[in-house]
Write a protein that binds this ligand. Sequence first.
Ligand SMILES: Cc1ncc(COP(=O)(O)O)c(C=O)c1O
Length: 401
Amino acid sequence: MTLAAPAEHRTLSRFWTLDPSVNFLNHGSYGAAPRAVLEAQQRVIEEMEREPVRFMLEKMLPLLDESRAEVASFVGAAPERLAFTPNATVSLASVLATIDFQPGDEVLINDHEYMSLANELRRLEKTRGIKVVVAPVPFPMTGPDEVAEAVLSRATERTKLAVVSHITSPTALILPVERIVRELAARGIETMVDGAHAPGAIPLDIESIGCAYYAGDLHKWGCSPKGAGFLWLREDLADHCEPLALSSRADTLPEHRRRLHHLFDYVGTRDCSAWIVAGEALRHVGSLVEGGWPEIMRRNHELAIKGRNIVCELAGLEPGGPDEMHPAMAAMRLPPATTQPAKGSITGDDLWDRLLARGFQQPIWTHPLNSLRAIRISAHLYNREEQYRMLGEALREEMGR
Ligand SMILES: Cc1ncc(COP(=O)(O)O)c(C=O)c1O
């Protein structure tokens, strides 16, 4: 299915390499890097391969520092407290591995959290004897206070750490992290914010949130190549956190280099090109629209809400939350699945499979933490209103409504 697209959509979508035969409404899962960013990454890889040793020993660190400065300024963080990691999954696990948990310590999460966090915590339940407390949060949600109160009411004197998404994955909601962090801190509880979806989706000022740790991704809404995550740590914690593996250089800290950067910038042989071009990706995408990133975030949010309204109306669904709680994504609750996916299904959901076969790309998940089934849509510069209308009609037909 090739989509006839109005002029502005064609103008902006031509900056991406996305398959025009797919109605791609899932920027949220893995992002999508524009063509110019992929070309910049290729140039870095070629430079590395011309003289790999000189690149690894001499060129890589200044290039990482340069990009880190741009990324840090974009997310409102001091570069000295920001380390590059492959992704949010690794950032969260790195912090959890460094905390000195004692048996019986509680880690507080909520039932909209991402499963890589929940899985890592299950491991710590087995190996360290921690207890994971999952606060149930309603969906659809009426407002930020509902989630803040649900989380805060589950904190106890045994809570060692709380982890909360800045933007939830299964339900696409911006959570009131500032309030949660502040009220938990008043009770002596540290918070890690899972901000995988936040950079490039909503304005960010990490330093002002007051959390202990912030995990972010640049390959989602920042449009970097895949494998560009970061971890920010409060100043008093920055030199205590270590990557999950220590490299051959770990014990030889050069003068004038922060331990955090020394340990995280080199973790054995790997391709650092995604981090090196992360700053350039932000600059490139910011240059595509007059008004830069503030305008991009505004437009994407506006399109996500329009798209959600269209899908809700056509398929008879309820919005998942107030407009202002959605970033450039929205999710709607679906009834539980009544048909099993075919053997070999790549999605695990029959309805998702059927939409995929019709050329639509958006997730339909049943979240393991609360058994909630929802459909999530995303909106980026390359999307247009008509795509949500087509999805809404296809959904209505496939759901027999
Ligand atoms: C809230 C949240 N946390 C963590 C992740 C994991 O991100 P990554 O795959 O980049 O590690 C995701 C991915 O969608 C997410 O939505």
